[in-house]
Design a protein around this ligand. Structure first.
Ligand code: NAI
Length: 396
């Protein structure tokens, strides 16, 4: 294949980025609570070594601990004028959904990759399609072995689970481990994790390392063994239903199951000090697992960290992005937990992104060559060639 170098004059040609080396723009995120950056300097360097160019919007990595100077050292250009950068780049990389009001500033037929939150972004998708942007949403990557290195949900949830425990420990007015001192004994704290997926399992491991007595609950039967292998107790709900949905995710449970679950959790919650909730159902509001009546029965001074607060919350009293105290219980409605550990979260995200990009390129990695039959491409592709192409979002 003939390798051409990026040339702004080609931007208006049909599928201009095909067989071209890319000029990637790394944007400064402007969504609230977003400190992450899509590419870190060492990952940007890898793209440059493959023959691409990377231009970083000035201070894009500052909040995540990556100053402009590190990008310059890695061979990136730094651009202060965002509009100019959007105009000249043929590949735009973000963490949060691309701002809708800026779509028309993108070069036509450019490539856009980030986490576009497609279930909540119907009008963004329409705009991207009408502006002929080829866009991909990383959080739709299928849970197959080949896509594991691109799985942003896993990499970010893992860190979120860790950080949730650290936040809980700092909000909690007591210690987590059992401490026997000359002045008396401090009992170990009891930590309950609701939702034992990627974030939940990491939260279990972290809370155990801090010396807490940990138990966990999930609707998927497969999670019991994983919970127990980490040394935590599995909380079982007596019901003839399991929550296994498609692709490793959970499904929404029946009303009868929800009733049984409520009864069981009511009983367990009273004995706990810290609850970390992580339960999610893709494309749906998070299930409410802790009602106000349940909060009233909890011990004063206990802490709930709700990692699902942004998608409605697992606790009925959570407020996204806020910490509130209700009935003596501190409820932290965590918004964007991975951003609170932005240096590592950006590093893992950037590596996921690099692996995703390589899958869109030729064997040498020096030019885009998208295989539209590839399972990862079809699962993540949102818009292309003037249309919404993803089967789930086509009709919206
Ligand atoms: P998620 O973020 O969608 O949900 C978190 C957890 O909440 C899940 O474990 C889910 O079962 C649970 N949940 C949903 N509704 C609930 C309810 N009503 N009550 C209690 N818990 C509820 O899921 P996540 O963490 O992204 O992944 C779930 C599973 O997917 C993992 O445990 C793993 O088995 C699988 N997975 C597979 C991968 C692969 O094969 N490449 C990569 C990552 C995860």
């Amino acid at each position: 294949m003939q390798k051409k170098h990026y040339n702004t004059k080609n931007l208006d040609q049909e599928l201009c980025w095909k067989k071209l080396t890319m000029l990637f723009a790394v944007l400064k995120e402007n969504a609230p609570h977003e400190k992450r950056v899509s590419l870190t300097p060492d990952v940007a360097k890898k793209l440059i070594e493959l023959g691409h160019q990377v231009t970083v919007e000035s201070d894009a990595g500052k909040e995540a601990g990556y100053p402009n100077s590190l990008y310059e050292k890695a061979g990136c250009a730094v651009e202060k004028n965002r509009a100019d950068l959007l105009k000249k780049a043929n590949g735009v990389l973000t963490v949060a959904p691309f701002p809708e009001e800026e779509v028309t500033k993108l070069a036509k037929q450019s490539l856009l990759i980030g986490m576009q939150k497609p279930y909540q972004s119907a009008s963004l998708l329409k705009k991207l399609a009408s502006h002929k942007v080829t866009s991909f949403s990383l959080e739709l990557a299928p849970r197959i072995t080949r896509a594991q290195s691109m799985d942003v949900l896993s990499s970010q949830s893992n860190l979120a689970g860790y950080k949730a425990v650290i936040d809980a420990a700092s909000e909690f007015g007591r210690a987590l481990p059992l401490m026997m001192t000359a002045a008396g004994t401090i009992p170990a704290a009891r930590v309950l994790i609701l939702g034992a997926g990627v974030a939940g399992l990491q939260a279990i491991a972290t809370a155990r390392r801090l010396g807490a007595i940990v138990s966990a609950y999930d609707v998927r039967a497969a999670s019991k063994e994983q919970v127990e292998s980490l040394g935590a107790t599995f909380v079982s709900v007596e019901a003839n239903e399991t929550g296994e949905g498609t692709g490793g995710y959970a499904k929404e449970m029946s009303d009868a199951y929800k009733k049984a679950q409520e009864e069981k959790l009511k009983e367990v919650l009273k004995t706990q000090d810290i609850i970390i909730t992580t339960a999610q159902i893709p494309g749906k509001p998070a299930p409410v697992l802790i009602t106000e009546a349940m909060v009233k029965t909890m011990k004063p001074g206990s802490v709930i960290i709700d990692l699902a607060a942004e998608s409605g919350g697992n606790c009925a009293l959570s407020e996204s992005g806020k910490t509130v105290t209700k009935h003596g219980v501190k409820i932290v409605g965590s918004a964007n937990m991975p951003s609170r550990i932005a240096t590592d979260a950006s590093q893992l995200y950037a590596k996921n992104l690099l692996n995703f990009l390589k899958n869109l390129m030729n064997k040498e990695g020096n030019a885009l060559e998208i295989n539209w039959q590839d399972e990862i491409v079809t699962a993540t592709g949102l818009t292309h060639d003037g249309a919404i192409i993803h089967p789930t979002f086509k009709k919206d």
